[in-house]
Design a protein around this ligand. Structure first.
Ligand SMILES: [Zn+2]
Length: 396
């Protein structure tokens, strides 16, 4: 929500009258220095929307303010010139309304377009949410990376590296919305205060690493060539893509990282496939090139790659993981009910590469149970169990 600065306004005053933590207001207005507010400037207030109230008989400023959960001071501040004595029936007042519930709908087939729509809605309401493009897909879609936080400790989450595991994106976007909502309200999540997390940590989130693949699983083969013919050929002519994990080129993006790539590559198919093809070399695919470049430039303290399914947490790679990985894995298991497992047969995954090259904690979290793609009916249970893991990761 935008508000026009008046003489005497400060970010601190906005923080008090809106009940929004100070740093969130500062970070929502990166172009305006905190000590340089001037009358007439337009400032973004996160977590609020303007609504209009038409004055009816019996209204008072106090009554309108309390019905909307705001102070009389804020109502008067929002409507200069209006005082209790001159409320006119039929006049329209501007009322800042605090948003107190989720605004996105992640409980639907979560295509690339649906995620962008929800991201844009969140960015408009919570301008302290930052975004950049971390790379492009085979078909040229921009792959967003979102950031929340002011801290030097950067924790990275990603989802939908595997196309038919797109319910992971739903869980990540629900967490993003709940975190933004709690932050702007000064609220806790599961008794964990969120504002200290914001100040100490930065969340880096790539909710959908493989957007072409997700759209293929949800919508079927695209109209555009050469992609339509090639994915149908790779899929053996079958126009149902529920078993598809790869990107549009038939390469499994979680077998593309330079961490014992050669060992894994000989075990799977030797040509483009719906799943398990490692490609001709590590890092040939644009989606993983983007994710690798982001990781190299970001100094992540910890990474969590979300997959389905199995309700397990993989936390080791060749014994290269640091000692705190075991402690964190045990904590994640305790809060989710998932099983912590140190080693798995496959190599060349994202978390493998992160552990190998940084010797920092990396995890593959397998959400839910059943056959991919998991049905949306599992989303509440998946979110309930993974929420504790995401919070614990931010807490470090
Ligand atoms: Zn997976």
């Amino acid at each position: 929500m935008q508000i026009v600065v008046q003489n005497g306004d400060t970010y601190w005053r906005f923080s008090l009258i809106f009940g929004v933590p100070l740093q969130l207001i500062i970070d929502s207005n990166p172009a305006i220095a905190p000590d340089a507010l001037q009358a007439g400037q337009v400032v973004q207030i996160p977590g609020y929307e303007w609504r209009r109230h038409t004055v009816v008989a019996g209204d008072s400023l106090w009554r309108i303010a309390s019905a909307n959960g705001i102070s009389v001071e804020l109502l008067m501040r929002s409507n200069p010139g209006v005082a209790s004595g001159n409320l006119v029936i039929g006049a329209v007042l501007l009322v800042p309304q605090k948003i107190t519930s989720r605004i996105i709908d992640a409980d639907r087939p979560y295509t690339y377009a649906a995620v962008l729509e929800d991201y844009n809605a969140l960015a408009a309401l919570y301008p302290f949410l930052r975004s950049s493009t971390m790379g492009k897909s085979v078909m040229g879609k921009d792959i967003p990376e979102l950031r929340v936080g002011n801290g030097s400790r950067i924790v990275h989450f990603n989802g939908s590296i595997h196309a038919n595991e797109w319910i992971t994106t739903c869980a990540l976007m629900l967490f993003l919305n709940d975190y933004l909502l709690a932050l702007s309200s000064g609220a806790d999540i599961r008794e964990a205060p969120t504002y200290p997390l914001y100040l100490e940590t930065t969340l880096s989130l790539v909710p959908m690493v493989n957007p072409d693949g997700v759209d293929l699983v949800i919508n079927g083969a695209p109209e555009s060539e050469p992609y339509r013919s090639s994915v149908l050929a790779i899929n053996g002519g079958n126009d149902s893509f529920g078993g598809w994990k790869a990107n549009m080129a038939g390469v499994d993006l979680n077998k593309q990282f330079p961490a014992l790539w050669e060992r894994d590559a000989v075990m799977g198919p030797q040509e483009p496939s719906p799943r398990d093809y490692s490609g001709t070399a590590p890092l040939t695919e644009p989606e993983v090139q983007g994710l690798a470049a982001l990781t190299r430039s970001s100094d992540f303290s910890m990474v969590l790659a979300f997959h389905t399914q199995g309700e397990v947490i993989y936390w080791g790679f060749q014994g290269l993981e640091p000692p705190e990985s075991a402690i964190l894995a045990a904590r994640f298991a305790a809060v989710s009910g998932y099983e912590a497992i140190r080693f798995v047969d496959s190599t060349a995954g994202y978390k493998d590469w992160f552990i190998q090259d940084w010797r920092r904690p990396g995890f593959t979290i397998e959400l839910g149970s059943g056959i991919n793609p998991l049905p949306l009916s599992q989303l509440p249970d998946i979110y309930n169990k993974s929420l504790g893991i995401m919070l614990a990761a931010l807490q470090g």
